[in-house]
Design a protein around this ligand. Structure first.
Ligand code: NOJ
Length: 767
């Protein structure tokens, strides 16, 4: 066993007994496998394994000094070590040797990680391995679409596979913990981090949370190619006031529990190993020190067994928040509230020892946090082999493999949403004569990676132009001009772009944002198409050529003029390493688009925040004629430009014959909802059938539509398929004013269709 050999060779005599105890402990405990995912007949084995684990941890805890315990709760940035082992003279090197660091973030690469792990396991008193965390958000080397883009596929198994591949590649580079998935429901497109999540809907967010946790963690966390997931940012971060990143959040407990928390609860149920608290205050109390969120809900009601890490520097930020006067108060507040690990602010390390000695933080609080952290290290198999994720061979062979690249292309094409396609302009023939490709993003490889690119390299990404060039026939002439920059303060010369547009049969133009315009700290007060891009488009349109717009964006943008004036619009987000190829697959019809928006596109900024599942109000738009009796804007309609769930195909689908198995649902009953979907076009295609409900009268008013099910199916031209989705009373539950998760009898609506607005309707009664 590698670890034993290395361990014994390097072991210093004074550490001998401890080291041996750990090795013997590890041997006794093997094989290590993850909780909760075992096949039948293994329940008692699993219980026994857990008992052993708890014994091991308790035993270790007994031998730890207070400082060593608090060291486990301390995470430091690891960039210092990118080029080699920790400098023994640096403070961090000294702290690590004293057992004052439990985790390192922002490092990747087997060589560097192995060297640092060695310091922890061979040069500290108790030899406790480190856990290495990194933001592996949508791929490590093989980059998949940004999470919002992936969500547009609504394909849960593809998203699970994308996370699985990210875990394989991250773990091949020494990383054993990702700060993902990001589970923040987001309805304000000004917020740049909308790109990192699953969009506006809770039900879809729940399904995606489960898929991604499963993808990262697999069925056994101790395998060397699975990594610990981190459900973030807990909680309600996506509701930052005015869409400004890091801003305060103020919301009712009902909204919090019904809309923002369910994806996090789903992550706990799916076995997520860790959580990250969010930067924001929630109703005045920063999430970092929010006892309600951390102790009452997460660790209490949900019985979460893993650990919670703060967001970067957030314990220290309790001071500017105005919760704590200094680092001492900050550390005290966060630890007592239930935060287990301090990411990078050093406040735990500096202040908790004294706080415990003075009785201001009970030692049992520290013990609980450390137990949780050691548990995850144990589950990852790090006590058995601290170098489990340091396999040089894997690092050479498991990155950017043809299989991973193919999966990225598949995921990318599934994430594309066709927003408009008048006169069947798309798909184009590969034998088309002359194609003009214009746009600031058209020949960019790096931007295709989008925000949080992991270890992705621009050179490994396929630009849109490259994808188009490799798809067209050898006779086709592809002309390219950048046209303009993404952002510009002065007019630009459009001549080269207009020259090539004049020569073209069809113009393909990118429009939108650059890859770095969304993500953390990238909120915008304007959500229009930046710079001179729209002005350029207007000039191109004047030439009278057919124009196809490819949107590149990490958030919904206001594109009303484009929607009114351009025949074909394709939402391409930032699709990752295979962006160009995937886009070409759609442009030339090798793939029939099937994505649907996971987020509403507003018409104008003033509609934001916008989502499909609003309350009816006492003066709903549809039901009253007079101005004072309609909840509406006087200058723009209420609805989205492109609604949640919307997306076209190269074929068309017709819905008919919506029927319910019965019109009365009993409290322990089931309702089958069936609909016929016919492919009325000339190509085979896939359609995402969506099921929404409405609870017409309840003690807490409910939205006019709530997604409760969906199913994607492939249908041949002329063929009709029947889809059946099931509803149970559990699907109808919500929190009442007493915070009870409940359902009340009464009339419900059922809506089925290809988007959230255009549906067939039925009704039933819950008895
Ligand atoms: C801050 C971000 O909010 C969070 O999402 C990320 O995981 C950490 N930094 C670590 O990079």
């Amino acid at each position: 066993m590698k670890f034993i050999e290395i361990g014994i060779k390097r072991m210093q005599a004074r550490f001998f007994h401890v080291q041996l105890a750990l090795i013997v402990g590890a041997l006794l405990l093997s094989p290590v496998s993850n909780a909760g995912n075992h096949t039948s007949g293994s329940q008692s084995t699993e219980a026994a394994r857990k008992q052993k684990m708890e014994r091991f941890i308790n035993d270790l805890l007994k031998r730890m000094t207070l400082e060593e315990k608090i060291g486990q709760m301390n995470q430091v940035g690891g960039t210092f070590a990118n080029t080699g082992p920790i400098n023994p003279l640096s403070d961090q090197g000294k702290e690590m040797r004293e057992g004052k660091i439990g985790s390192v973030l922002n490092l990747a690469g087997v060589d560097g990680i192995r060297k640092i792990q060695k310091v922890a396991v061979e040069e500290t008193r108790l030899h406790i391995p480190l856990i290495f965390g990194l933001d592996v958000i949508h791929g490590m080397k093989t980059i998949f679409p940004i999470p919002l883009g992936e969500a547009a596929s609504w394909d849960l198994s593809a998203m699970e596979r994308s996370a699985r591949i990210a875990a394989i590649e991250a773990s091949a580079m020494g990383v054993n913990w990702t700060f993902a998935p990001m589970l923040d429901i987001a309805r304000d497109t000004r917020w740049g981090r909308i790109a990192e999540g699953a969009g506006e809907d809770t039900y879809l967010g729940v399904q995606i949370a489960k898929a991604r946790v499963k993808g990262f963690q697999g069925d056994d966390l101790s395998k060397n190619n699975t990594i610990a997931a981190c459900a973030k940012h807990y909680a309600a971060y996506g509701a930052a006031i005015a869409g400004r990143d890091y801003n305060a959040v103020d919301m009712s407990e009902i909204t919090l529990r019904d809309t923002y928390l369910p994806p996090f609860k789903a992550a706990v149920d799916a076995g997520a190993a860790t959580f990250m608290s969010s930067f924001n205050t929630l109703n005045g109390v920063p999430a970092t020190a929010n006892e309600f969120l951390l102790r009452k809900v997460l660790k209490g009601e949900w019985n979460f067994n893993g650990f919670v890490v703060s967001d970067a520097g957030a314990v220290g930020e309790l001071i500017p928040h105005g919760l704590a006067a200094d680092g001492i108060e900050a550390a005290r507040a966060a630890a007592n509230a239930g935060l287990d690990m301090d990411m990078g602010s050093n406040q735990f390390l500096q202040n908790l020892p004294d706080l415990v000695r003075k009785g201001l933080v009970p030692e049992k609080v520290i013990d609980d946090a450390v137990r949780r952290i050691l548990r995850i290290k144990y589950e990852l198999g790090l006590f058995q082999d601290p170098y489990r994720y340091c396999d040089e061979q894997r690092e050479k062979t498991e990155l950017l493999t043809p299989e991973h690249v193919a999966a990225a292309r598949d995921m990318a094409r599934k994430s594309i949403v066709l927003l408009k396609n008048d006169y069947h302009l798309l798909p184009l023939k590969k034998s088309i004569g002359t194609l003009a490709v214009i746009g600031a993003m058209a020949d960019s490889q790096g931007d295709m990676i989008g925000c949080w690119g992991g270890g992705g390299d621009a050179k490994d990404a396929v630009s849109i132009l490259q994808g188009i060039r490799s798809a067209v026939s050898s006779q086709t002439k592809v002309l390219y001009a950048k046209g303009c920059e993404i952002e510009a303060n002065a007019p630009e010369d459009f001549t080269p772009a207009l020259d090539i547009a004049r020569q073209a049969d069809v113009v393909v133009m990118t429009l939108g944002e650059s890859g770095g315009m969304t993500g953390e700290a990238h909120s915008r007060a304007n959500i229009n198409i930046p710079g001179n891009q729209e002005a350029l488009l207007k000039e191109v349109i004047k030439l009278g050529k057919p124009v196809i717009v490819l949107l590149t964006n990490g958030r919904p943008l206001t594109i009303s003029w484009v929607a009114d004036n351009v025949p074909s619009i394709v939402e391409t987000w930032f699709l990752g390493s295979q962006a160009g190829n995937a886009i070409a697959d759609v442009l030339f019809g090798d793939y029939n688009p099937s994505g649907k928006l996971p987020v509403s596109f507003p018409r104008v900024l003033g509609q934001v925040p916008l989502c499909y599942n609003e309350l009816n109000t006492g003066r709903p738009l549809a039901e009253h004629p007079g101005d004072f009796f309609r909840s509406r804007y006087n200058d723009v309609s209420n609805d989205a430009l492109f609604p949640f769930g919307f997306g076209l195909s190269y074929t068309t689908f017709e819905y008919s014959n919506l029927r319910l198995s019965q019109n009365v649902l009993t409290k322990d009953g089931k309702l089958q909802v069936s609909v016929d979907v016919k492919n009325t076009g000339y190509r085979s295609g896939e359609e995402l059938v969506q099921l929404y409900i409405r609870d017409y009268y309840a003690s807490v008013c409910q939205p006019t539509r709530l997604l409760k099910g969906f199913k994607k199916l492939a249908i041949e031209p002329g063929q009709t398929k029947t889809v059946t989705l099931t509803l149970t009373p559990e699907d109808l539950k919500y929190h009442n004013s007493k915070m009870e998760w409940t359902v009340e009898p009464g009339k419900f609506g059922v809506f089925v269709g290809g988007n959230s607005q255009n549906t067939l309707n039925e009704e039933f009664v819950l008895k």
